[in-house]
Design a protein around this ligand. Structure first.
Ligand code: GKR
Ligand code: MG
Length: 433
């Protein structure tokens, strides 16, 4: 079996004006759907970051992908040049998908996941079962809450309903959590912070705890918006709320900053674990994060860590180092959701509910045949179908491509959106508080 065709579909996906320390989401998030066809007539699919950079990176390896045996990916990995040997691979300033130094891992991942889908379909097995079997039958996801402005995403006639309304204070964040939990059944809650002054975010976490009790572990992620001092203060003030399966995610910039926060918390008798997808973004970062005790929970992501197999290897590395493992997300559709679910199922160390942006997208933007992937009690059930277990709706794909072609932008720029809608002088400053 050989790869006979590589197809790359750009997609623009309506997205509400969500806020984070990176800025504000644009009305459409960009994604790319990858299709691999083989000489045996099997088609494999995957989903990755969108826009010019990620698409050009796939084009660069096209000639090395077409003609290849989908089982032989090690040589593809080895033949792909490192975009650089040093440089800042963190997400301190750049969001995933926009970091040029992620190019190799994210581009390889897009091919690897589509090839696993091909192999699964060729042998009649789900992807997680190709990797040794599942550690769990259901991949659990968290309610990923965001501060947001009014608006449901999309533009003009193509605007989506604003399901959650404006959410810029503790009461509306609780309302958002209630709606999301009622709809999807999530059992863990994450609040994207770094948007409002820390005391307001502390109040939001406390209100969530009052409303949901200790049965729902809580996490907050300000994406490095806080200084070491502020991170320590928030960690101390929220020591009860973030206990019992919760964590404090990327409070301060850099491994040194995170290590100092940890040291101060431990000295104050607070064991809240620190998680990271900002300071730790690749396998090479893990040993140093462990050595400094800067991070106790690694936030993996098959999209930019190098694919599903790489995630499984990371699971064993974290186990050997005594570190926890969770999963990061960015805006995505159902193909990515299934890749994330298979990666979670194949990674025994991944015991936290994974992040997902899926609730922020709608039926009108789904490219999976049969519509949105269903959650039951906050989980995606691993299908018994071969491969990832989903296929493409080509009419939808064409609609999302048409929208993409009409858009004036080709990369994510949350700072520009802030300047356009919130404050003409807005700049990302770290730490802000
Ligand atoms: O969607 O704005 C967002 C998030 O801030 C995302 O880009 C982050 O990468 O969710 C991510 C995180 O946990 O840091
Ligand atoms: Mg994060």
């Amino acid at each position: 079996m050989r790869i006979s065709e590589l197809r790359v579909h750009p997609a623009a996906v309506a997205d509400p004006p969500l806020r984070s320390s990176y800025g504000r989401h644009a009305p459409y998030a960009l994604r790319t759907i990858v299709e691999i066809k083989t000489t045996d007539g099997v088609t494999g699919i995957s989903e990755t970051y969108g826009g010019e950079g990620p698409m050009a990176a796939i084009e660069e390896i096209r000639s090395d992908v077409v003609g290849r045996d989908p089982f032989q990916l090690l040589s593809l990995w080895r033949s792909m040049s490192e975009s650089a040997t040093d440089g800042d691979r963190t997400q301190t300033m750049l969001v995933p998908g926009e970091n040029p130094l992620d190019k190799k891992t994210r581009t390889f991942a897009a091919i690897e996941i589509a090839c696993l889908d091909v192999i699964g379909k060729a042998v009649g097995k789900p992807v997680c079962d190709l990797l040794g079997g599942r550690a769990r039958d259901n991949a659990s996801f968290s309610a990923y809450l965001f501060y947001k402005h009014g608006g449901g995403g999309g533009l003009g006639q193509d605007a989506r309903d604003d399901e959650y309304g404006e959410c810029l204070d503790p009461r509306s964040i609780v309302r958002q959590a209630r709606q999301m939990i009622a709809k999807y059944g999530f059992r863990e809650i994450k609040l994207k912070g770094g948007v409002l002054p820390p005391d307001e975010e502390i109040a939001a976490i406390r209100t969530l705890r009052e409303e949901f009790g200790t049965a729902y572990p809580l996490r907050i992620d300000p994406n490095c918006a806080w200084s070491v001092e502020t991170s320590f203060r928030v960690g101390r003030e929220l020591c009860e709320e973030l206990a019992n399966g919760g964590y404090l995610e990327d409070p301060a910039p850099g491994l040194d900053g995170m290590a100092e926060v940890r040291k101060r918390l431990l000295a104050a008798g607070i064991g809240t674990p620190l998680a990271s997808n900002v300071a730790v973004t690749c396998v090479a970062h893990v040993p140093e994060a462990h050595r400094q005790d800067a991070v106790q929970i690694v936030l993996s992501d098959p999209h930019y860590w190098g694919g599903i197999r790489r995630l499984q290897q990371l699971s064993f590395l974290c186990e050997a180092l005594g570190m926890g493992l969770s999963m990061h997300s960015n805006n995505h559709l159902g193909v990515s959701l299934m890749a994330m679910a298979h990666a979670a199922a194949a990674s025994p160390r991944l015991t936290f509910a994974c992040d997902t942006h899926y609730p922020w997208q709608t039926e009108r933007d789904e490219v999976v045949e049969g519509g949105r992937v269903r959650f039951v009690d906050g989980c995606v059930r691993l299908p018994d179908k071969p491969g990832l277990g989903v296929s493409l709706d080509y009419d939808q794909l064409a609609r999302l491509r048409e929208r993409y072609e009409k858009l004036p932008y080709r990369r994510r720029d949350d700072e520009a959106e802030m300047r356009k809608h919130v404050d003409p002088n807005w700049k990302r400053v770290l730490p802000r508080w």
